[in-house]
Design a binder for this molecule. Structure first.
Ligand code: FDA
Ligand code: NAD
Length: 434
């Protein structure tokens, strides 16, 4: 098998890869210079769609509708686009070995790829219940969601188990988005998670109370403070029940698990410096190895605004880090300098008719504003976080585009506040005046 050589190789064909390809073209790329090698069978797409519109019972999103870069209002890069630009999309190809000193990658079928510069964009994989030895966790109809193949299997089960019972394990992003999606598909949904409130990574108890109340109103049963410890499986190998640590047993036709993600760095272990679970980079996404960059979920990068190293598992950063790395590669070739990455964390989620955005850092004291009652007609409420007398983070449910822009500005500028009563009183209008 002949080796293939490229000037640039991106390993991983997810969100970051797609945005990097677009940036390469913007910066000037010759045909044959760039290859994207992806385990998935399809060109880069906007992964967030998989837990939202992909699962709608009516007019669900399907490819090619959500290839990158539509998620940020950009051009949709169809497979033909890569062809036209002379970018080789090497799909259904898993890299199983990387040798960063020899600058080679080897695929599962034994193909060798050589590169001058490498961008690592392997993203994350799901943490599985079988990783902690939960009994019966390999049963049929227990689903995880990361890639389009996973979403297709879930869609199939939604059809076969119509109007059945779903148990969602996990109260994070996947749990909340899939709990809603399955309810919309008319399943009887129970959600189980160990913490005292949902999404504790970001939500305060007051924020969580709104979503928990709203989900309950939609008919979802929430069971907190316990975990799934085993599954009952029938003769066909299909899941039938979920056994909880507190002794309760829940019937289930489908189980959806979202108990966290793990960055895919294993290929590079011992070859690059790692930090906080990811591959350590500088503000240009350069790793400790020359000509090797890491972007998206796998990168632990300097978050300039907070003067610390962080890893971020969200789509906005995957897009922006990819663009930054490509700009840095191109600038270094031309002997030019570019600005260091100066990222403002931005996360969002959507479920039912709800939609929130968060900017900044959720540290310090939280001040809730607006009406967080699940019964409220507008669902408009939010929270500021104050640290050392400055507003460092802001969350808003059901904000208008202008209001969302305003909270982003607050989190970036970090205005001083004398007392939290002002934020409580002014609510969103505080942000709108900044
Ligand atoms: P990404 O996971 O997109 O891509 C990695 C690619 O590398 C995959 O194609 C994978 O197959 C491939 N790969 C891995 N190892 C390989 C190997 N050895 N060889 C070849 N290919 C390999 N964020 C947000 O801000 N808002 C949201 O609403 C959502 N919603 C959402 C829904 C769902 C279902 C998921 C799973 C995730 C989200 N996210 C999100 C998170 C967001 O999608 C995520 O942070 C980005 O996709 C990360 O982009 P990357 O390109 O780093 O990885
Ligand atoms: P997560 O970290 O958001 O949530 C994990 C949750 O798992 C925890 O909150 C906890 O409730 C629960 N948990 C942990 N151990 C458990 C156990 N043994 N039993 C039951 N529950 C347990 O992770 P996720 O929701 O799985 O999301 C996976 C990845 O996808 C993350 O990188 C996330 O950022 C990304 N994602 C993001 C979005 C978004 O930004 N809107 C949407 C979907 C997915």
């Amino acid at each position: 098998m002949a080796d293939k050589t490229f000037k640039y190789v991106i390993v991983g064909g997810g969100v970051a890869a797609g945005y990097a390809a677009r940036e390469f073209v913007k910066q000037g790329l010759n045909a044959g210079e760039l290859a994207i090698i992806s385990k998935e069978a399809v060109a880069p797409y906007e992964r967030p769609a998989l837990s939202k519109a992909y699962l709608f019972p009516e007019s669900p999103a399907r490819l090619p509708g959500f290839h990158v870069c539509v998620g940020s209002g950009g051009e949709r890069l169809l497979p033909e686009w890569y062809k036209e630009k002379g970018i080789e999309l090497i799909l259904s190809t898993e890299i199983i070995e990387a040798n960063l000193s020899a600058k080679t990658l080897r695929s599962a079928s034994g193909k060798i790829f050589k590169y001058q510069s490498l961008i690592i964009a392997t993203g994350s994989t799901v943490i599985k219940l079988s990783d902690f030895g939960v009994q019966g966790a390999d049963a049929k109809n227990i689903f995880y969601l990361r890639e389009i193949d996973d979403a297709d299997q879930l869609v199939e089960a939604i059809k076969t188990k119509k109007n059945g019972k779903v148990v969602v394990v996990g109260g994070g992003y996947i749990g909340l988005e899939l709990g809603a999606a399955l309810r919309i598909n008319n399943f009887e949904v129970s959600m189980v998670y160990p913490e005292p409130w949902c999404m504790p990574r970001l939500f305060t108890p007051e924020i969580a109370a709104f979503y928990e109340g709203y989900y309950a109103k939609k008919g979802i049963t929430i069971i907190k403070g316990t975990v799934a410890v085993g599954f009952t499986v029938d003769a066909k190998g299909e899941v039938k029940e979920v056994k909880l640590k507190d002794g309760r047993v829940l019937e289930a036709d489908i189980v959806v698990v979202g108990v966290g993600a793990r960055p895919l760095t294993t290929l590079f272990k011992g070859q690059v410096i790692e930090e906080k679970g990811g591959i350590k980079t500088d503000g240009f996404f350069k790793t400790s190895v020359p000509d090797v960059y890491a972007v998206g979920d796998v990168a632990t990068f300097p978050l300039k605004l907070y003067n610390e190293l962080r890893r971020v598992e969200h789509v906005d950063h995957s897009r922006k880090s990819a663009e930054q790395a490509v700009k840095a590669i191109k600038a270094s070739e031309e002997g030019k300098a570019i600005e260091e990455y100066d990222y403002l964390p931005y996360f969002y989620s959507r479920s039912f008719d709800l939609s929130w955005q968060f900017y900044g850092d959720n540290v310090g004291d939280a001040v809730l504003f607006g009406d967080n009652s699940p019964e409220s007609a507008s669902h408009k409420f939010g929270s500021y976080w104050i640290k050392d007398g400055k507003v460092v983070g802001a969350f808003l449910e059901s904000g208008s585009p202008e209001e969302n822009k305003a909270i982003a500005k607050v989190a970036r500028i970090q205005p001083s506040v004398q007392n939290s009563d002002l934020l409580l009183k002014e609510g969103i209008s505080f942000a709108s005046k900044v």
